[in-house]
Write a protein that binds this ligand. Structure first.
Ligand code: SF4
Ligand code: SF4
Length: 65
């Protein structure tokens, strides 16, 4: 499982990038994205760190399978 950033909601503030312990949040082609292969949904702490710092509701959500 992985989280994903909604490009239409993201304000490109960058707050999420430094809190990701797996380096899965990348800035590419003028927007932030989460690399699904390495995102582990922060299972070590039980909730996604990126979700906790993102100021925009519903911007970061579980990636649809
Ligand atoms: S859920 Fe955790 S591992 Fe996945 S992108 Fe967010 S901070 Fe990184
Ligand atoms: S914290 Fe939220 S709004 Fe800011 S860059 Fe990350 S996903 Fe976008």
């Amino acid at each position: 499982m992985a989280m994903a950033i909604d490009g239409y909601e993201c304000t490109v503030c960058g707050d999420c990038e430094p809190v990701c312990p797996t380096g899965s949040i990348v800035f590419r082609d003028d927007h932030y994205a989460i690399e699904a292969d390495s995102c582990n949904e922060c299972t070590d702490v039980g909730e996604p760190r990126c979700l906790g710092v993102c100021p925009v509701d519903f911007c970061i959500q579980p990636l649809d399978d």
